[in-house]
Design a binder for this molecule. Structure first.
Ligand SMILES: [Zn+2]
Length: 403
């Protein structure tokens, strides 16, 4: 049961000690701490080697239930920038994030020596979104005031969040490298990120179109896939609500058994970060009615796969989900993978594990107040080139916690 939330104020000393211990690894670079892997992946793509990016929540960790420990708080306090999803995703980190934000000076540029890091809620950036197809969805699908936090499930919304974050990343880069970083981020990294997101959506559309229409229903352990359903036109049903916090949120299994049996849905899907008890009950219920439904292999909902695997990257995680869902529901995957499909369709190479290669750009240098950076360490980025260059990112900054 509940331990008290760790408060940063009690841990300032620990943070100082930790900061000095980590100095070798960070090698003097400004530090970014992200809560989820999906956010860390974007930050790494934008920052390249210029910033030291780490994440708090590893594979299989449920952000709804995670409580920060002392080491997490120390790392966050020692950072220059803390990125969390917001929209109440990190339900039990709320106190810690609020305390960090309270210690935040008005401008990220002056933050050091003035208390804590700058704190930005990555997905809350979409709260002011005017493009309806990129806007946040309501938490219950029926106008609930609280927005659904699982924004990363839509590659286009996630790309928008990346564009909105970019200025804050660039701003953190040391002044001597900032112009170069800004140029790379806005003329190469972001256009490539968006082009890959758009290609992945076309790939998903091509995959899902092969699923028999009656079976285009995604049943999962909790309601993490509504943005995916919105983008790709799939019906989605979660046994628990948008948080995994409460077992009481388990919906009437019987209703879902009816749905699965009547629509002859061939599979329901477990998630890597959520227990599958309720799904097993659903499968048993359907079996008792004479319909065999497979408990499909895991999807990645609120956490990515293992580092060093394709599923341990943002785009690789989404591709994995698209392929598993398509095959589980009786469709087929054109080309067998996003990389093969994209290469055939667009002549663009894609390797989720390859560093982003800066591309010569057709864009005019972007002149916002932001900054950004460079090559990419590891992951999410794509490679790619831009079939769709030209979505000029808005220079506006994301919302910040504690304002
Ligand atoms: Zn969730």
């Amino acid at each position: 049961m509940a331990s008290l939330p760790v408060r940063w104020s009690a841990l300032l000393l620990a943070a100082t000690v930790t900061a000095s211990c980590n100095s070798d690894e960070a090698a003097g670079r400004p530090r970014v701490v992200a809560t989820t892997g999906m956010i860390g992946d974007v930050a790494r793509a934008l920052a390249g080697e210029r910033l030291f990016v780490t994440t708090l929540l590893g594979p299989g960790v449920d952000p709804h239930l995670y409580r920060p420990n002392r080491d997490d708080v120390a790392r966050a306090l020692a950072a220059d920038l803390v990125l969390h999803n917001g929209l109440h995703l990190e339900g039990r980190m709320g106190d810690t994030l609020r305390d960090l934000a309270r210690s935040t000076p008005p401008s990220g540029a002056q933050r050091r020596n003035n208390g804590g890091p700058r704190v930005i809620a990555f997905a809350e950036a979409l709260e002011g979104e005017s493009e309806p197809r990129l806007a946040l969805l309501s938490g219950d699908g029926h106008g609930d005031r609280n927005a659904d936090p699982h924004v990363w499930m839509d590659p286009l919304r996630w790309a928008r969040c990346a564009e909105l974050l970019a200025p804050a990343i660039v701003e953190l880069v040391p002044a001597s490298e900032r112009d170069a970083a800004r140029h790379e981020v806005f003329s190469s990294t972001l256009p490539n990120f968006r082009a890959t997101a758009e290609a992945l959506v076309r790939f998903g559309d091509a995959c899902f179109a092969t699923i028999p229409e009656r079976a285009r229903v995604l049943v999962t352990a909790h309601d993490a896939f509504r943005y995916l359903g919105d983008r790709f036109g799939l019906e989605v049903v979660g046994l628990q609500g948008i948080s995994t916090e409460s077992e009481a949120g388990v919906r009437h299994i019987e209703e879902l058994v009816d749905l699965v049996v009547e629509r002859r849905i061939p599979a329901v899907f477990a998630e890597s970060s959520v227990p599958d008890r309720a799904l097993r009950a659903l499968v048993e219920g359907a079996r008792a009615r004479g319909h065999s439904v497979e408990l499909g292999r895991e999807l990645f909902s609120d956490a990515m796969g293992d580092p060093g695997t394709a599923q341990g990257t943002y785009f690789g995680m989404i591709e994995h989900n698209i392929i598993r869902i398509t095959r589980g529901l009786g469709g087929r995957v054109p080309g067998g993978s996003f990389a093969v499909w994209r290469s055939a369709q667009e002549g663009v190479r894609f390797d989720p594990l390859a560093p982003l290669e800066p591309q010569p750009s057709a864009l005019a240098p972007f002149t916002s107040d932001s900054v950004g950076t460079s090559d990419s360490v590891g992951t999410s980025d794509s490679v790619g080139t831009s079939d769709s260059v030209g979505h000029a990112p808005r220079p506006a900054i994301t919302s910040e916690a504690g304002r």
